[in-house]
Design a protein around this ligand. Structure first.
Ligand SMILES: [Zn+2]
Length: 234
């Protein structure tokens, strides 16, 4: 005869499937793709998804700190609340958790966030240059120019505050001497944002070597909010 006890014992808990297992799998898939595409090296970068429980506080699932992505399983993705307190998982959440939390607090339309160190975006951030709107797809996908957040050390609340201030209602921001943050309504959108920023940074660099950077006129820059039902342009 089976006996039940509550709360579940530690051994039983290890067999229980998280109700956020789908989101955790998506985060891990995106992390591995980010690694394969060379957008990060080693354990750098971080990815989160906003979890919206019907009742209770807002939560997020986020990659753990200082862990190689290819050695993780979905169960290794921690869940935390908006004060960065642990809700689920054994590993420490990303040291940039407040960067993610403060963006979710400021932007109701954001459901996923990816922070990368991709090469050309990092070069722009290290040169301390914003990316002007030079490609048509920047308008639709990024909301135009990619601004540069003022410098603050990694993992600090100051970095989170400066990133939120520079992001405004756009979908990407460069972190001075550091990297890039892309946001979207889901992970697919946030990933596309990061790819388009990297491409725009690379095209900006190539145009600079030709001495011909031609930003689009300011009047053509129309931020396209993520909640829009518009079909993405080809
Ligand atoms: Zn970083």
């Amino acid at each position: 005869m089976l006996r039940y006890c509550y709360p579940p014992s530690k051994s039983l808990r290890s067999y229980l499937v998280s109700k956020w297992i789908h989101e955790k799998k998506l985060i891990l898939e995106a992390a591995l793709k980010m690694l394969e595409k060379g957008m990060v090296a080693g354990t750098s970068g971080n990815i989160s998804v906003r979890l919206s429980p019907e009742h209770g506080p807002e939560l997020l699932a986020i990659t753990p700190t200082s862990r190689y992505y290819d050695l993780l399983t979905p169960d290794d993705i921690p869940v935390i609340d908006f004060k960065a307190r642990p809700i689920e998982g054994k590993l420490q959440p990303s040291s940039e958790s407040f960067l993610h939390i403060d963006i979710y607090r400021a932007r109701d339309d954001v459901g996923a966030i990816i922070h990368t160190h991709s090469v050309y975006a990092s070069a722009m951030a290290a040169a301390r240059l914003a990316i002007p709107p030079i490609l048509d797809e920047q308008l639709a996908i990024l909301g135009g120019k990619v601004d540069l957040a003022k410098y603050a050390p990694s993992g600090t609340r100051e970095l989170a505050r400066k990133a939120v201030a520079a992001l405004k209602d756009r979908n990407a921001v460069l972190l001075m001497n550091h990297g890039l943050v892309g946001v979207g309504k889901d992970l697919r959108e946030a990933f596309t944002v990061c790819e388009v920023v990297e491409k725009a940074a690379q095209v900006f660099y190539l145009c600079s070597t030709m001495g011909r950077v031609n930003p689009l006129p300011e009047i053509d820059v129309r931020p396209n909010r993520l909640s829009s039902k518009k079909t993405p342009r080809d």
